[in-house]
Structures are given as C-alpha cells and as structure tokens.
Design a protein around this ligand. Structure first.
Ligand code: GLV
Length: 310
C-alpha cells in the first residue's frame, strides 16, 4: 500500500524526505500516478489536485491537506464519502500566521504607511501617538490560528473581539458567534483580521455590507482565502476611505494577475500567500500518525467535517 503526494514541484522532494525520515518503509508516489490505483491508501495533497481524482482509488482510507485549509479538496465533487479528511494543525504554522497578523496590525496601528509616505517626501513630522488600549481588533475565525493571534494581540494590550460559527470561550477575548455576533464584531473593529475557513457560508462574507458595518477608516487584514472578499467591493471601500488600508496575503485568483489594481494601490500591502507556509518536517509526525490511525481504524487527528467545510 502506498501514499500519493501532490504538491508544487518545488516542494515535493522536501515532503518525501520528511515522511521517509520518520518511516523509511512508507511507499511514496507522486501525483499524477500511472500505477495501479488500488495501491493508494492515503493521499496527501495541496491545491492544484482535482478532488475528482480522489475517486480513482478504491482502497483510499485517508486524505490529508498539506495546509490548515481544506477548501481545495472539499471543492466539488469533494472527497469520496466516508473517507476521513484531515487538515494540519501545527505549532510552526500557527506561529508564522500570528507573526504575519502582528506585523500588519502593528504596521497600521503604528501608522507605518503614513510614515513611509512622509519619508518619501523628506517630511520630519510626528503623527498623533496611537493608543493601543483604544485600537479595537476584530478577529474572524477562532480556530487554532485565530485563537493564537487573538491571544498574542490581547497580550500586547489591544482590546480583542472574535467571531466564530460555534460559541467559543477564550480568556481575555470577547467571543461572539452567529449573525448578530458577526455584526457586533465588525461594528467595533478598527482593525479586522480574517482567519476564517473558506466554506459556502463564508465565501464573499467580506462584502460591501460588511465593510459598511466597520468604523470608518478601519483596516482589513486577510490571510485566509481570497474568496472571503467579495470581488469588486474592496476597491470602492478603499477609494471612499471606509477602509483606510488592507494587508492581503491571499487573493482570488492566485497568483494575482499582473493587471490587478491591487499591485500598485497605495493603501494595499500584498504578500504572495506566504503568511504561513507548511514546513514538511514539522508536520510529518502528525501525517505519519494519521496514516497509522487510518490503517488501525482509529480516530483521525484534526479530522475535518466535510459538511461544515472545515
Ligand atoms: C495555507 O493557506 C494553509 O491552508 O495552510
């Protein structure tokens, strides 16, 4: 029995090395696989692999996303019914995401875009001192990533409110859920951070209506998926000043097309889906453990509920 690996050409050798180092007996194949489909018992995959391909393997007993997100493999037609799907929850992924969030919250909180513009004009002028205790942060998504970022922001002294689909309770964070909770978080978010999973319920959740709920001049950070932002609604919100700045690690489509106005927009900071990148050696133990569990018929770690979409 074998494991099929599917990711960018640049990353595949690192995945092979990380998994083989822990279990040299593991038989690894690269996608696309020309051998007997009955050989494949687990697929470990990233974007660019059509989920329809998963139906080719009659003995498949585990599907693993190479990232925290699973939207790529739940896309129609989705995984074969009954085959467990796992996502990654990993200390290094979480740490990297929180660093990106802190970097960009502090960038806007400390008026860095304004100071850079002043520097370009050789202007030596101090701006009004920002007040951490009054800069309200809203975090959409309180899973492993959102909860960690929320805690680190709260530790810096920011008032933090968070929103999740299901009720949550996190120390020092005002936790909200449901449609009313969504509005409550947006209405007081001077800086809004999106770390939601992309599901049919969250696609386009950041649209003109949501932007209008934010305090005027709010900042937006999106390191979740480009599909959370309603295409066409962000630029008008930036132009009108409703949103004063945006840090985007994700866009739709990716890569961002060369003619997108976001590339040169003075209020937009872009990173190329690089906020938090999976380190194969860091996640290999949980992948190997899940393969063992799938073989033994034991409960899978970080199992995804395909109906919920995360
Ligand atoms: C990155 O986008 C991930 O899902 O881990």
């Amino acid at each position: 029995m074998a494991v099929l690996l599917s990711t960018k050409a640049a990353a595949i050798a690192e995945w092979e090395a990380a998994l083989s180092a822990l279990d040299p007996t593991l038989v690894l194949h690269r996608h696309p696989f020309a051998g007997d489909p009955a050989e494949i018992e687990a697929v470990v995959m990233w974007t660019g692999h059509d989920p329809a391909d998963l139906r080719r393997y009659p003995n498949l007993r585990l599907i693993v996303s190479m990232g925290a997100g699973v939207d790529h493999l739940l896309a129609p037609p989705g995984p074969p019914p009954g085959v467990p799907v796992a996502r990654l929850v990993d200390a290094r992924l979480t740490q990297a995401m929180s660093e990106w969030v802190l970097l960009n919250v502090l960038r806007f909180h400390r008026q860095d875009p304004d100071y850079r513009a002043q520097q370009a004009g050789r202007i030596w002028r101090e701006l009004p001192a920002p007040d951490t205790a009054r800069r309200r942060i809203g975090i959409l998504g309180l899973g492993a990533l959102g909860a960690d970022a929320a805690g680190k922001l709260a530790a810096l002294g920011f008032p933090v409110a968070g929103w999740s689909r299901r009720p949550k309770s996190l120390p020092g964070i005002a936790c909200h859920h449901g449609p009313d909770g969504f509005e409550a978080v947006l209405r007081q978010a001077d800086i809004l951070v999106c770390l939601l999973p992309l599901t049919p319920a969250t696609r386009g959740i950041l649209d003109a209506r949501a932007f209008a709920l934010l305090p005027r001049g709010a900042f937006l950070l999106n390191a979740a998926r480009g599909g959370h932002v309603a295409q066409g609604d962000l630029l008008p919100a930036l132009e009108s000043g409703q949103i004063a700045g945006a840090a985007l690690d994700v866009t739709e489509p990716e890569p961002l097309p060369p003619d997108s106005p976001l590339w040169t927009h003075p209020k937009v900071v872009l990173t190329p889906h690089a906020a938090s990148v999976t380190i194969p050696a860091s996640v290999a133990p949980q992948v190997i453990e899940n393969i063992r569990r799938a073989r033994a018929g034991e409960p899978i770690l970080n199992r995804v509920d395909p109906a919920a979409g995360y």
